[in-house]
Write a protein that binds this ligand. Structure first.
Ligand code: PRT
Ligand code: MG
Length: 217
């Protein structure tokens, strides 16, 4: 009773990179979310299940206690605000950075120096708002949900704020990175009530995640 644990993960890189951390805790996920349409996955531990949610929805499921814990990028957590979430561990997985990028022909430094008002397209409106406010740059933010890289190419925006990892997506679209806003990795987030009420069950898993992630630091 009360010892069942629900872990929220997103498909793709976060799921793939969390599997070895779960294995360190002796937990194997017995179904593959890329092959199954199931949203609730069983594990080798009858008391632990995994739910598959959109990356940006992980903090919400954990905040409301629908999941006891989850894995989310710092980018997503920064947008969400982290309310009701305990963030004990940097897992050092799914690393990338948040950057400002513009079309290769656009003189960003000059536009900023001249005090031009910039149109910035992004999914990360809160992160972008804080970044440009701290620089004293006036921006009109345009909220997008995907393919930010397209926006400067078709005149929707002067600049984008997006995640960059290898840089090949920017290069392929003739965009250049002009500012680095923050380094990103994924964090373990835990529901604050679950941390108290399910501490005995959670603690060994958190300890295993910590051990496994230290080797990646
Ligand atoms: O895809 P969906 O809209 O459902 O959600 P999502 O895109 O948020 O999920 P997912 O699984 O793609 O990303 C989950 C988390 O992985 C993000 O929140 C980040 O914390 C982290 N992560 C690490 C990345 C990347 N690296 C990354 N490179 N997320 C996205 N990208 C994308 C980036 O947006 C850009 O389009 O990859 C492209 C750039 O990659 P490079 O290698 O070409 O620079
Ligand atoms: Mg994606």
């Amino acid at each position: 009773m009360g010892s069942q644990l629900t872990l929220a993960l997103s498909k793709g890189r976060i799921f793939e990179e969390t599997l070895p951390l779960l294995e360190e805790a002796g937990i194997r996920v017995t179904e593959d979310p890329e092959k199954s349409r199931k949203l609730i996955l069983a594990t080798s531990d009858p008391d632990v299940r995994v739910i598959i949610v959109r990356a940006s929805d992980v903090p919400t499921y954990v905040q409301y206690g629908a999941a006891d814990f989850g894995v989310a990028g710092k980018d997503v957590l920064h947008e969400h605000g982290g309310e009701g979430l305990y963030q004990p561990i940097d897992l050092h997985i799914a690393k990338c950075r948040v950057s400002v990028a513009v079309s290769a022909g656009f003189d960003y430094e000059n536009a900023v120096r001249q005090g031009a008002r910039l149109r910035v397209a992004t999914k990360y409106t809160e992160t972008a708002r804080q970044h440009f406010a701290s620089k004293g740059v006036h921006v009109d933010l345009i909220k997008l949900y995907g393919s930010m890289e397209l926006a400067p190419l078709v005149g929707l925006a002067d600049a984008i704020v997006d995640l960059v990892s290898t840089g090949s997506t920017l290069r392929a679209n003739n965009l250049v990175e002009v500012e680095h806003i923050m380094d990103i990795s994924s964090r373990l987030v835990v529901n604050q009530a679950a941390l108290k009420l399910k501490r005995e069950r959670l603690q060994p898993i958190l300890a295993a995640f910590e051990r496994a992630s230290l080797s990646k630091a």
